[in-house]
Design a protein around this ligand. Structure first.
Ligand code: NI
Length: 161
């Protein structure tokens, strides 16, 4: 973990992963977005809904606590298996969810951008990951977007003709 992730680098990664996702979706056949490649698999629409949920409920939630908690934040591991059902991904409008994601990503980037060096380097404790910082959370967010972008590409291949 000698890798140094600067705020500038992470802001660029958060921005470019979002832009790549957006380009992929706008270039694809939207008729395929509601098709699941298997019974228990996510459609492209489900993935976009998942990204909005994680942006708000995991990444921004944690960044906000890093910026505002008086005591050292302790983060439990999160089981998001039921969000798909609880937040009713089926029936959502993917284009609206994409807009929502882009708008929320701008806020995520602003949180990273606005952090002082001291807050950016502040340490918190995560149940699974151990000691983490804002850099870890932002890096995780950008990588998570790219993991799901790859999933979207695979899904489009699987459901396409
Ligand atoms: Ni995920």
């Amino acid at each position: 973990m000698a890798e140094v992730l600067t705020q500038e680098y992470l802001e660029a990664e958060l921005r470019s992963s979002m832009e790549d996702l957006r380009s992929e979706l706008l270039a694809a056949d939207a008729a395929l977005f509601v098709q699941k490649p298997g019974v228990d698999k996510w459609s492209v629409r489900d993935v976009v809904c998942h990204l909005v949920d994680t942006e708000l409920l995991i990444f921004q939630y944690r960044l906000n606590r890093m910026l505002t908690d008086v005591e050292t934040p302790h983060f439990p591991d999160i089981d998001h298996a039921r969000w798909e059902l609880e937040h009713i991904y089926a029936g959502q409008d993917w284009a609206k969810k994409l807009q929502e994601l882009e708008s929320e990503r701008s806020k995520t980037i602003a949180m990273v951008h606005g952090a002082t060096q001291a807050l950016f380097e502040r340490e918190a404790h995560h149940e699974v990951h151990g000691t983490i910082t804002m850099g870890f959370i932002a890096d995780y967010c950008a990588r998570h977007t790219r993991v799901h972008l790859n999933q979207i590409r695979r899904t489009l291949t699987e459901v396409g003709n």
